[in-house]
Ligand binder design. Structure first.
Ligand SMILES: CC(C)(COP(=O)(O)OP(=O)(O)OC[C@H]1O[C@@H](n2cnc3c(N)ncnc32)[C@H](O)[C@@H]1OP(=O)(O)O)[C@@H](O)C(=O)NCCC(=O)NCCS
Length: 383
């Protein structure tokens, strides 16, 4: 029986549907969002332009861009009961677990939470994108006992995030860096969290449920959690002169993994990593502290020259240098993954809408390898 069944463990290469949202070309290291190269979008686009592109299939004109920016900003208010719930959570709770809980709670205060019509889904996509941003920015405050700050209706997502986080007018360079980070992380084909979000949608469940599924999936260290883990690794290395000995001990002797390196699809350099490396270096040098960039760069160079990494085609992925970008902006290390989630909201919601528009229940199979035909034993006869 088992000889006849092909098992796709890890679902490598399994194509589950068609999509117009993004192309991930792992052989050549290329990423395209609805026709546009990631390098061009990271250089020129506002996060909201990419959001509009994914939700509508074309770039917005000036009027459309202002409309979607204003819609997200106006919908970003988090209902008071959800903020009150946030205050009750343990201050040392894992931030992605907090985001998962609070995003689920948002559904109870959204009048359209059970309406999955195209128009309601589109409105919820805007509200959820804004509200998740508000929750991510304010969890950093709430856990320190600082007052909650409401989003401003005249700001972009990147401006609002920095404004709520810091409690002061956002600084232009930081906003630009966060905007570029968000553009680069907005969408990425059939990654694990997007797949799970689409699978939830395929049962005709609602958008909040699908986003909660996706957040729980992104949390893992093999997926979005890798940016936090990469920074913890750089911090553990601590000094540039420790990179070589650390690599020899932790990777070569103990067989550990370099977090932020390797990818299921990219067998060439992740194009997002190339852009982020450049950004990370410029930000680090401008900050006057190039140490963390140098540690990351030296470790990547050691891996690039190592036969084990060369044979397996292991290159830095998006999480590797983004950790340096976010750390240089003085963001808290355990908030890196929530920031990834906040950026991915546009991609997740676009996929949920695409799945809803042409749905088929996702129901794969598994090969049973357990026991068969056992005799039933009454309780008092079991060992
Ligand atoms: C992303 C990741 C899960 C992809 O995994 P995958 O497609 O299932 O590939 P595998 O885990 O089977 O890796 C293939 C081989 O490379 C090795 N490898 C993969 N990533 C590695 C890393 N970061 N450091 C060292 N070795 C690594 C594996 O041990 C495996 O070796 P083997 O052939 O001797 O068994 C994996 O590269 C990884 O764990 N990276 C670190 C976490 C990370 O950065 N995640 C974010 C992804 S965007």
């Amino acid at each position: 029986m088992s000889d006849e069944v092909k098992i796709y463990k890890g679902l490598d290469g399994v194509v589950i549907d068609e999509s117009k949202l993004s192309l991930v070309n792992g052989t050549d290291g290329k990423l395209i969002y609805s026709g546009y190269k990631i390098e061009d979008l990271a250089e020129h686009a506002l996060y909201e332009e990419v959001v509009y592109l994914l939700w509508n299939g074309h770039l917005p004109n000036a009027t459309e861009l202002e409309a979607v920016r204003a819609e997200i900003a106006a919908g970003a208010e988090v209902p008071a009961p959800v903020l009150a719930m946030a205050q009750m959570l343990p201050k040392d709770a894992e931030p992605m677990a907090v985001l998962r809980t609070l995003t689920s709670a948002l559904a109870h205060y959204d009048d359209e939470s059970e309406d999955s019509s195209p128009a309601a889904n589109r409105r919820k996509a805007a509200r959820l994108t804004g509200q998740v941003m508000t929750l991510v920015a304010n969890w950093s405050r709430i856990r320190k006992g600082l007052p909650v700050i409401a989003p401003r209706h005249d700001y972009t997502v990147a401006q609002n995030y920095m404004y709520m986080l810091r409690g002061e007018a956002p600084e232009v360079n930081a906003v630009n860096a966060i905007n570029a980070f968000m553009v680069l992380l907005t969408e990425h084909g059939m990654n694990a969290s997007t797949f799970v979000g689409r699978a939830t949608t395929s049962t005709k469940s609602d958008m909040h449920s699908a986003i909660v599924s996706a957040i729980g999936t992104l949390k893992g260290s093999l997926h979005g959690g890798a940016n936090t883990e990469a920074m913890r690794m750089f911090l553990e290395i601590g000094e540039v002169e420790n990179v070589g000995p650390w690599f020899e001990r932790e990777i070569k002797e103990l067989g550990g993994k370099i977090m932020g390196i390797g990818h299921r699809v990219y067998k060439a350099l992740d194009p997002r990593a190339a852009v982020l490396k450049d950004r990370a270096e410029k930000l680090a040098r401008a900050s006057g502290n190039g140490k963390w960039f140098d540690i990351a760069d030296q470790l990547a160079n050691l891996a690039r020259a190592d036969a084990y990494f060369i044979e397996r085609k292991l290159y830095p992925n998006v999480d590797y240098f983004s950790a340096i970008v976010l750390y240089t902006l003085e963001l808290e290390v355990d908030m890196f993954t929530p920031l990834f989630a906040m950026s991915r909201m546009a991609g997740w919601t676009a996929h949920i809408m695409e799945q809803t528009a042409n749905n088929r229940l996702m129901r794969p199979d598994v090969l049973y390898t357990g026991a068969m035909d056992l005799p039933w034993l009454p309780l008092d006869q079991r060992p």
